[in-house]
Design a protein. Structure first.
Length: 345
């Protein structure tokens, strides 16, 4: 539910609020919205600058940095990290939580660079030509130490600073770990892509369940689960969609999982579930059209009828949504019911 100025004006016209009350309420909402992420010009500048700074120290690191050696890389990373943390604390004291979250995320993103520098300094990479830039492009079990250190640093800083955007590098690190852990467990020569897809499904499911746990714990606070949901669902759904399900039952099960994801997204108010589930349903229907019903004239007509039926179901649901939702929520645990009601508000 979005409360905008025309809605307040309509409430004034119907004598629900006085003009003075509507003005005070609108000013209160506008002031509160300054600290809520949204598509405002100032926020766009925040995120643009923050993403550029983070990318500069992660994705766009060049081989030229290797000339500094392990000691130089470690020192530079630590100095930048301390500056980022100091800037984060300063912005928090000045009442700017969104840019503070971006500089806090930059501090977390610098942890793997510092660990890499320390490893080079200690002779951990003497026989490999891989550099830090490869951390973001190549799958290798040797990155795991950097990833574990990043997770620990992110957890400690989040506990101290409580800035939601700082979960972004944590979620990205978990995503990297879902790929790098396969050669660690099975060796560089033994693992194959099917095994990697299988582990991706279960790792993504674990990330998504962890995000749900965070969502429940922080249901009265800020949104700390967004990035965990995003990368957890993408890791799970990506592995699931790439698995070889040659049987008709396997493909039907894939359809059921994607339909369930759409409903979960609607219940929790998380669009990433609905988007991934919708794409999965489209993939299933496309497979039916191209293989099972390739030459059938009735398939497009039947599919259109099903689509219109779903639209009709949506209309019926909208008419009785409040009553149905109230009855269904009565069966849920109190914490989950409170989370759903907060997301629906």
């Amino acid at each position: 539910m979005n409360l905008d100025r025309p809605s307040l004006d309509a409430a004034v016209a119907r004598s629900i609020l006085s003009a003075e009350q509507a003005e005070h309420l609108w000013k209160f909402l506008a002031d509160a919205g300054k600290d809520t992420p949204g598509f405002r010009f100032a926020h766009v500048l925040y995120y643009l600058g923050g993403v550029v700074a983070i990318a500069a120290m992660t994705l766009f690191m060049t081989k030229g940095w290797e000339r500094f050696g392990g000691t130089g890389i470690f020192t530079i990373a630590v100095v930048y990290l301390v500056i980022a943390l100091a800037l984060t604390m300063y912005l928090m004291r000045r009442g700017h939580p969104i840019p503070a979250g971006l500089t806090g995320a930059l501090a977390v993103a610098l942890v793997p660079l510092a660990i890499y520098g320390a490893q080079v300094m200690l002779g951990y990479w003497p026989e490999t030509k891989m550099g830090y830039r490869d951390y973001h492009y190549l799958i290798d079990w040797r990155w795991l130490m950097m990833e574990f250190a990043t997770l620990i640093a992110a957890a400690v800083l989040l506990q101290r600073l409580r800035l939601p955007f700082m979960t972004m590098p944590l979620a990205v690190t978990l995503w990297y770990m879902s790929m790098d852990i396969v050669p660690f467990l099975y060796g560089d020569e033994r693992w194959d892509w099917e095994l990697r897809k299988f582990i991706s499904v279960w790792f993504g499911l674990a990330m998504t369940l962890f995000a749900f746990w965070v969502d429940l714990r922080a249901r009265k606070d800020k949104d700390y689960a967004f990035w965990l949901y995003l990368f957890g669902v993408l890791t799970f759904w990506g592995g699931l969609s790439l698995l070889d399900s040659g049987s008709a039952f396997g493909k039907f099960l894939y359809l059921c999982i994607n339909v369930a994801m759409i409903f979960i997204g609607a219940v929790l108010g998380r669009r990433v579930f609905a988007v991934a589930g919708g794409i999965g349903v489209a993939i299933y229907l496309g497979d039916l059209a191209s293989k099972v019903f390739r030459d059938s004239m009735m398939f497009p007509l039947a599919l259109s009828a099903i689509g219109l039926g779903v639209v009709g179901l949506g209309i019926l649901w909208q008419k009785r949504e409040e009553e149905i939702s109230r009855r269904l929520r009565a069966w849920l645990p109190g914490e989950l019911r409170e989370l759903i009601e907060r997301r629906a508000a």
